[in-house]
Design a protein around this ligand. Structure first.
Ligand code: B16
Ligand code: MG
Length: 212
Protein backbone atom coordinates (compact mmCIF):
# COMPACT_ATOMS: atom_id res chain seq x y z
CA UNK A 1 0.00 0.00 0.00
CA UNK A 2 1.45 3.32 -1.06
CA UNK A 3 -1.38 5.79 -0.53
CA UNK A 4 -4.46 6.67 1.47
CA UNK A 5 -7.45 8.44 -0.04
CA UNK A 6 -9.74 10.05 2.52
CA UNK A 7 -13.38 10.88 2.24
CA UNK A 8 -13.95 14.31 3.83
CA UNK A 9 -17.41 14.62 5.39
CA UNK A 10 -17.80 11.96 8.09
CA UNK A 11 -14.10 11.03 8.15
CA UNK A 12 -11.97 14.17 8.51
CA UNK A 13 -14.71 16.70 9.37
CA UNK A 14 -18.34 16.40 10.44
CA UNK A 15 -20.28 18.69 8.15
CA UNK A 16 -23.31 16.40 7.97
CA UNK A 17 -25.03 18.55 10.63
CA UNK A 18 -24.69 21.56 8.28
CA UNK A 19 -26.00 19.54 5.32
CA UNK A 20 -28.95 18.56 7.53
CA UNK A 21 -29.74 22.15 8.54
CA UNK A 22 -29.51 23.39 4.96
CA UNK A 23 -31.65 20.61 3.45
CA UNK A 24 -34.16 20.95 6.31
CA UNK A 25 -34.66 24.66 5.59
CA UNK A 26 -35.12 23.99 1.87
CA UNK A 27 -37.44 21.02 2.50
CA UNK A 28 -39.60 22.92 5.03
CA UNK A 29 -40.09 25.77 2.55
CA UNK A 30 -41.25 23.26 -0.07
CA UNK A 31 -43.48 21.31 2.32
CA UNK A 32 -41.23 18.25 1.95
CA UNK A 33 -40.62 15.81 4.78
CA UNK A 34 -36.98 15.61 5.89
CA UNK A 35 -35.38 14.18 9.00
CA UNK A 36 -32.03 12.89 10.32
CA UNK A 37 -32.74 9.40 8.97
CA UNK A 38 -33.26 10.75 5.46
CA UNK A 39 -30.12 12.86 5.88
CA UNK A 40 -28.20 9.61 6.37
CA UNK A 41 -29.22 8.52 2.86
CA UNK A 42 -27.34 11.54 1.49
CA UNK A 43 -23.91 10.54 2.81
CA UNK A 44 -21.33 10.71 0.03
CA UNK A 45 -24.04 11.49 -2.55
CA UNK A 46 -23.71 14.57 -4.79
CA UNK A 47 -25.83 17.68 -4.15
CA UNK A 48 -28.10 17.12 -7.19
CA UNK A 49 -28.55 13.41 -6.43
CA UNK A 50 -29.33 14.30 -2.79
CA UNK A 51 -32.25 16.50 -3.87
CA UNK A 52 -33.54 13.71 -6.12
CA UNK A 53 -33.44 11.31 -3.14
CA UNK A 54 -35.43 13.76 -0.96
CA UNK A 55 -38.02 14.19 -3.73
CA UNK A 56 -38.19 10.43 -4.32
CA UNK A 57 -38.75 9.80 -0.59
CA UNK A 58 -41.57 12.38 -0.67
CA UNK A 59 -43.06 10.95 -3.91
CA UNK A 60 -42.71 14.41 -5.44
CA UNK A 61 -41.38 15.67 -8.75
CA UNK A 62 -40.32 19.22 -9.56
CA UNK A 63 -39.39 20.92 -12.83
CA UNK A 64 -35.61 21.21 -13.43
CA UNK A 65 -35.69 25.06 -13.08
CA UNK A 66 -37.17 24.74 -9.58
CA UNK A 67 -34.67 22.03 -8.65
CA UNK A 68 -31.83 24.26 -9.84
CA UNK A 69 -33.11 27.10 -7.62
CA UNK A 70 -33.34 24.78 -4.62
CA UNK A 71 -29.78 23.57 -5.19
CA UNK A 72 -28.53 27.16 -5.23
CA UNK A 73 -30.47 27.93 -2.05
CA UNK A 74 -29.18 24.81 -0.27
CA UNK A 75 -25.60 25.69 -1.21
CA UNK A 76 -25.99 29.29 0.10
CA UNK A 77 -27.28 28.08 3.47
CA UNK A 78 -24.66 25.31 3.71
CA UNK A 79 -21.84 27.67 2.75
CA UNK A 80 -22.89 30.14 5.47
CA UNK A 81 -22.56 27.33 8.02
CA UNK A 82 -19.16 26.34 6.63
CA UNK A 83 -17.98 29.94 7.17
CA UNK A 84 -18.24 29.29 10.92
CA UNK A 85 -15.73 26.41 10.80
CA UNK A 86 -12.28 26.85 12.30
CA UNK A 87 -9.10 24.84 12.94
CA UNK A 88 -10.86 23.41 16.04
CA UNK A 89 -13.28 21.47 13.81
CA UNK A 90 -10.53 18.92 13.13
CA UNK A 91 -9.31 16.84 16.04
CA UNK A 92 -5.68 16.66 17.07
CA UNK A 93 -5.95 12.88 16.58
CA UNK A 94 -6.74 13.39 12.89
CA UNK A 95 -3.93 15.94 12.43
CA UNK A 96 -1.35 13.75 14.18
CA UNK A 97 -2.38 10.60 12.31
CA UNK A 98 -2.17 12.31 8.90
CA UNK A 99 1.27 13.67 9.79
CA UNK A 100 2.47 10.26 10.97
CA UNK A 101 1.20 8.49 7.82
CA UNK A 102 3.09 11.02 5.74
CA UNK A 103 6.20 10.51 7.86
CA UNK A 104 5.91 6.79 7.09
CA UNK A 105 6.06 7.63 3.39
CA UNK A 106 2.41 7.30 2.33
CA UNK A 107 0.92 9.69 -0.22
CA UNK A 108 -2.35 11.25 0.97
CA UNK A 109 -5.32 12.49 -1.05
CA UNK A 110 -8.84 13.65 -0.40
CA UNK A 111 -11.60 11.80 -2.30
CA UNK A 112 -14.82 13.70 -1.61
CA UNK A 113 -18.08 14.17 -3.50
CA UNK A 114 -18.21 17.73 -2.20
CA UNK A 115 -17.64 20.77 -4.38
CA UNK A 116 -16.93 22.65 -1.16
CA UNK A 117 -13.98 20.42 -0.24
CA UNK A 118 -11.21 23.00 -0.98
CA UNK A 119 -13.09 25.65 1.04
CA UNK A 120 -13.60 23.28 4.00
CA UNK A 121 -9.91 22.29 4.01
CA UNK A 122 -8.96 25.97 3.96
CA UNK A 123 -11.33 26.79 6.85
CA UNK A 124 -9.92 24.03 9.07
CA UNK A 125 -6.31 24.74 7.97
CA UNK A 126 -5.70 21.27 6.58
CA UNK A 127 -4.95 21.97 2.90
CA UNK A 128 -1.23 21.31 3.33
CA UNK A 129 -1.79 17.91 4.99
CA UNK A 130 -2.66 16.36 1.60
CA UNK A 131 -0.67 15.76 -1.59
CA UNK A 132 -3.81 15.94 -3.75
CA UNK A 133 -7.50 16.80 -3.62
CA UNK A 134 -10.02 14.93 -5.76
CA UNK A 135 -13.53 16.27 -5.18
CA UNK A 136 -16.93 17.10 -6.64
CA UNK A 137 -15.30 19.68 -8.93
CA UNK A 138 -13.35 17.12 -10.95
CA UNK A 139 -15.89 14.32 -11.40
CA UNK A 140 -18.99 13.69 -13.46
CA UNK A 141 -20.21 10.57 -11.65
CA UNK A 142 -21.04 10.35 -7.95
CA UNK A 143 -20.08 7.52 -5.54
CA UNK A 144 -20.63 4.49 -5.75
CA UNK A 145 -18.91 5.16 -9.08
CA UNK A 146 -15.15 4.97 -8.38
CA UNK A 147 -14.30 8.09 -10.44
CA UNK A 148 -13.46 10.37 -7.50
CA UNK A 149 -11.02 7.83 -6.02
CA UNK A 150 -9.47 6.85 -9.36
CA UNK A 151 -8.81 10.56 -9.99
CA UNK A 152 -7.24 10.81 -6.52
CA UNK A 153 -4.91 7.88 -7.32
CA UNK A 154 -4.07 9.47 -10.66
CA UNK A 155 -3.29 12.84 -9.01
CA UNK A 156 -0.96 11.02 -6.61
CA UNK A 157 0.64 8.95 -9.39
CA UNK A 158 -0.15 5.71 -7.51
CA UNK A 159 -1.71 2.53 -8.93
CA UNK A 160 -5.32 2.15 -7.61
CA UNK A 161 -4.47 -1.37 -6.33
CA UNK A 162 -1.93 0.26 -4.00
CA UNK A 163 -4.45 2.73 -2.53
CA UNK A 164 -6.62 2.38 0.56
CA UNK A 165 -9.79 4.45 0.80
CA UNK A 166 -11.08 5.60 4.21
CA UNK A 167 -14.86 6.07 4.10
CA UNK A 168 -17.89 6.56 6.35
CA UNK A 169 -20.47 5.86 3.61
CA UNK A 170 -21.56 2.50 2.21
CA UNK A 171 -21.57 4.12 -1.25
CA UNK A 172 -17.95 5.14 -0.64
CA UNK A 173 -16.84 1.60 0.24
CA UNK A 174 -18.65 0.33 -2.88
CA UNK A 175 -16.82 3.00 -4.92
CA UNK A 176 -13.44 1.97 -3.48
CA UNK A 177 -14.06 -1.70 -4.26
CA UNK A 178 -15.30 -0.85 -7.77
CA UNK A 179 -12.00 0.99 -8.30
CA UNK A 180 -9.96 -2.04 -7.19
CA UNK A 181 -8.88 -0.35 -3.97
CA UNK A 182 -8.81 -1.41 -0.33
CA UNK A 183 -11.89 -0.11 1.54
CA UNK A 184 -11.52 0.95 5.17
CA UNK A 185 -14.80 1.67 6.94
CA UNK A 186 -15.21 4.11 9.82
CA UNK A 187 -18.35 5.46 11.51
CA UNK A 188 -21.45 4.34 9.60
CA UNK A 189 -19.36 2.22 7.19
CA UNK A 190 -17.69 0.35 10.07
CA UNK A 191 -20.85 -1.79 10.01
CA UNK A 192 -20.55 -2.61 6.31
CA UNK A 193 -19.53 -6.17 5.48
CA UNK A 194 -17.94 -5.14 2.17
CA UNK A 195 -15.24 -3.10 3.96
CA UNK A 196 -11.83 -4.84 3.94
CA UNK A 197 -10.95 -3.30 7.30
CA UNK A 198 -12.99 -1.44 9.86
CA UNK A 199 -11.57 1.06 12.31
CA UNK A 200 -13.13 2.45 15.45
CA UNK A 201 -11.14 5.62 15.61
CA UNK A 202 -9.02 7.52 13.09
CA UNK A 203 -5.65 6.75 14.71
CA UNK A 204 -6.35 3.00 14.24
CA UNK A 205 -5.06 3.60 10.70
CA UNK A 206 -1.57 3.51 12.16
CA UNK A 207 -2.14 -0.12 13.21
CA UNK A 208 -3.17 -1.37 9.76
CA UNK A 209 -0.41 -3.50 8.26
CA UNK A 210 1.42 -3.77 11.57
CA UNK A 211 -0.48 -6.90 12.63
CA UNK A 212 -1.83 -5.19 15.77
P1 B16 B 1 -21.52 19.60 -1.75
P2 B16 B 1 -18.12 13.45 1.21
C1 B16 B 1 -20.42 14.58 0.53
O1 B16 B 1 -19.15 14.68 1.10
C2 B16 B 1 -21.48 14.61 1.62
O2 B16 B 1 -21.38 13.44 2.43
C3 B16 B 1 -22.84 14.63 0.98
O3 B16 B 1 -23.85 14.67 1.97
C4 B16 B 1 -22.96 15.85 0.06
O4 B16 B 1 -24.21 15.88 -0.60
C5 B16 B 1 -21.82 15.78 -0.98
O5 B16 B 1 -20.57 15.72 -0.31
C6 B16 B 1 -21.82 16.97 -1.92
O6 B16 B 1 -21.51 18.11 -1.19
O7 B16 B 1 -22.94 20.07 -1.77
O8 B16 B 1 -20.64 20.34 -0.78
O9 B16 B 1 -20.90 19.57 -3.16
O10 B16 B 1 -18.66 12.55 2.29
O11 B16 B 1 -18.02 12.77 -0.15
O12 B16 B 1 -16.84 14.14 1.59
MG1 MG C 1 -18.49 10.93 3.82
Amino acid sequence: MKAFIFDLDGVIVFTDKFHYLAWKEVADEQGLYFDEVMNNLLRGVSRADSLDIILRENHRELPQEVKDELLVKKQAIYRAHLETMTRDDVTQEVRDTLAELRRRGYKLSIGSSSKNAPFILERVELTDAFDAVSDGNNITRSKPDPEVFLKGAEFLGVDPAECAVVEDAYAGIDAAKAGGMIGIGIGDAAGYEKADYVIETFSDLLKIGTGV
